[in-house]
Write a protein that binds this ligand. Structure first.
Ligand code: HPA
Ligand code: ZN
Length: 332
């Protein structure tokens, strides 16, 4: 089997995808129209032309604007269902989706509306395609600690449907330490915890995510390589990094895919996984990310299998399920 065939054949888990970042322009237009909400673009082409980012913030401004057209439960269902169709095409068999409740509740949309739409799509994906999923709610780190506490309180009635909490949005200037107390309360309530750190922010933010938030995984974390003591810690603890290659390229975290450090991290023994982050905005879903790094970095079949295996090992599924997927990967 050549590498492209193997990428398609491998069962994969996605651990870093923002459901609002899977919003394709065509669907955005359709939902805007049926909800009679104005968007600042005349055509799908014009939307795509706006997707020229120079850093994280320039992306976030457009990403939050797009999410504004989501109002009804059916809108959230349609958004998630479109993503599950992509998972099915890419043989992603398990996904742990981020959603940003504050992006919606701050516009007067009920928490329940968001979660009911997403959950119904998750149920249908399991029934139709055998794809399992978990939901992770993220706090927007540019907003206050108090707002995060409020969001955590709103989530409590839906605790059984939310496996964990995360931290996203503008990283620099909003270190993990800002949310130490919220994360302590979330862990106390039984949520697993993850956080974006070391995407644009320094290695110091990865230390904080580990020591103060006590995360189960680091989202991105590619700047950890700048700190050799941190690298030793990540390797020793087998701490997963959910790396997003096309995102890093589009947001200018790297200038060129050939300079991406995912293969170096893998070779040094860091538990890295491949993910799409905001695939509608960054030019590709799971397999596109695998193809991009395979071509730029000359990954071997063994490395591709390790990346797929890592994705299940780092996921929040049961050990029995992990073993089942790993056996399937090793048989390829
Ligand atoms: N980083 C931080 N916040 C985000 C991202 C990201 O890549 N995508 C959506 N929100
Ligand atoms: Zn992200």
């Amino acid at each position: 089997m050549n590498q492209l065939e193997l990428i398609r054949a491998l069962p994969k888990a996605e651990l870093h995808v923002h459901i609002e970042g899977t919003f394709e322009p065509e669907l955005m237009f359709a939902i805007a129209q049926r909800n009679q909400i104005e968007i600042p673009y005349k055509s799908v082409e014009e939307v795509k032309q706006a997707y020229n980012f120079h850093n994280l913030q320039s992306f976030l401004d457009i990403y939050y604007a797009g999410a504004n057209v989501l109002v009804h439960e059916q809108d959230f269902y349609d958004l998630a269902w479109a993503y599950f169709e992509k998972c099915h095409e890419d043989h992603v068999m398990h996904t742990e989706m981020f959603f940003d409740p504050q992006t919606h509740t701050d516009r007067g949309i009920a928490f329940e509306t968001v979660i009911n739409g997403l959950q119904r799509a998750c149920n249908d994906a399991k029934a139709k395609y055998g794809i399992s999923s978990h939901l992770i709610m993220c706090f927007l780190r540019h907003l206050s600690e108090e707002a995060a506490f409020e969001t955590l309180a709103q989530a409590m009635p839906f605790k059984e449907q939310i496996i964990g909490v995360g931290l996203d949005s503008s990283e620099v200037g909003h270190p993990p330490s800002k949310f130490e107390r919220v994360f302590a309360q979330a862990r106390e309530a039984g949520f697993l915890v993850v956080a974006h750190a070391g995407e644009e922010g320094p290695a110091e933010y990865v230390w904080e995510a580990l020591d103060l938030l006590k995360v189960n995984r680091i989202d991105h974390g590619v700047r950890s390589e700048e700190d050799s003591v941190l690298m030793q810690r990540l390797i020793a603890e087998k701490m997963p990094l959910t790396v997003c290659p096309l995102s890093n390229l589009k947001l200018c975290v790297v200038d060129d895919m050939a300079q991406h450090n995912i293969r170096r991290l893998l070779q040094q023994g860091v538990h890295v996984t491949v993910n799409s982050d905001d695939p509608s905005y960054f030019g590709g879903y799971m397999n596109d990310n695998f193809v991009a790094i395979t071509e730029a970095l000359a990954l071997t079949n063994e490395e591709l299998k390790t990346l797929a295996q890592n994705s299940f090992e780092a996921s929040f599924i049961s050990d029995a399920e992990k073993q089942k997927w790993i056996a399937e990967i090793q048989a390829l």
